[in-house]
Ligand binder design. Structure first.
Ligand code: DHB
Ligand code: FE
Length: 292
């Protein structure tokens, strides 16, 4: 059967993609950001996931403001990197896993979470920047991401957005869905976006290191408490775009301890400010004793 062996949490920032694509990752401003992912890139090579279930948000790229699904699962065979206004990033096409994605859709909808099924979708920096941070730039002679990816898009752009509590419960349903897939697969679940940032209005540029680090502590040790943070508190403390953090709760809800298993092992923790307008946070949690 398929197993979730680890969860990964990371911010996304379009400027990180641009820094990588333009060869600026070793410039003094960017070097400390990318250094925080050196461990992670090595870890990815050692872990060799078969599939990444990647929770992210679309930024009015695939879904315009005309149509906004709350939760959307990508069931296609492949997903093209989107053109966000400067041309598509020079990164590989994302290969999907239609069989597992369809199974998860079936199982999670039967567990009373309504998902939108998306058979065609481009993926923006919300998905490709975390892949770049964790996997580096694939070499020219093997230009592909290390494994298939199931994109799972969450609306955190247009209110009403889902609560942290609902995201946490959805993660639990996703774990059950994965574990009922009848094929031995090593699955990673990623929660992306955040941490504190606000891109517009009088508070543009807001960063809250205290909130972010308390959130990281709580996500590791007391995820139920993190799941009870109200929208207004994200906005007040972490800025309007800090609401992206609810996506981390989907990945955390899918970990074994939430279903009565052992506490996860903290493999890596990183926090850095600034990166564009965003605080960059990153965690890797491993489930204990689940490697196939
Ligand atoms: C920035 C951060 C985001 O999450 C985003 O979607 C766009 C821009 C930024 O920090 O500039
Ligand atoms: Fe964003």
């Amino acid at each position: 059967m398929a197993r979730i062996t680890a969860s990964v949490y990371t911010s996304h920032v379009p400027a990180i993609g641009a820094a990588l694509d333009q060869g600026k990752s070793q410039e003094p401003y960017w070097q400390p950001v990318f250094a925080g992912y050196d461990f992670s890139k090595q870890w990815m090579k050692e872990q060799r996931p078969d599939v990444i279930f990647l929770v992210y948000n679309d930024h009015a790229t695939a879904f315009s403001l005309e149509m906004i699904p709350t939760f959307a699962i990508g069931t296609a065979a492949q997903f093209a990197p989107a053109d966000e206004g400067y041309g598509a990033r020079p990164v590989p096409t994302v290969i999907g896993h239609p069989a597992l994605a369809s199974h998860i859709a079936q199982s999670v909808i039967q567990q009373d979470f309504d998902l939108t099924i998306v058979n065609k979708m481009d993926v923006d920096h919300g998905l490709t920047v975390p892949l770049s941070l964790m996997c580096g730039q694939p070499p020219a002679d093997d230009f592909r991401w290390p494994c298939p990816v199931i994109p799972f898009a969450v609306n955190v752009v247009q209110y009403p957005v889902p609560s942290g509590r609902r995201c946490f419960m959805l993660g639990q349903a996703i774990r059950k869905a994965v574990e009922s897939f009848d094929e031995d697969l090593n699955v990673h679940i990623w929660g992306t976006g955040g941490m504190s940032h606000q891109l517009q209005g009088p508070r543009a540029g807001l960063i809250n290191k205290e909130f972010d680090n308390a959130f990281l502590d709580q996500l590791i040790q007391n995820p139920e408490a993190a799941a009870s943070i109200a929208h207004i508190d994200y906005v007040r403390e972490a800025g309007s775009e800090g609401i992206e953090l609810v996506m981390w709760l989907i990945a955390r809800g899918a970990m074994a301890d939430i279903a009565g298993g052992p506490a996860p092992r903290l493999a890596h923790r990183f926090y850095h400010v600034p990166a564009s307008n965003t605080a960059v946070g990153h965690l890797i949690l491993e489930n204990q004793g689940t490697l196939p």
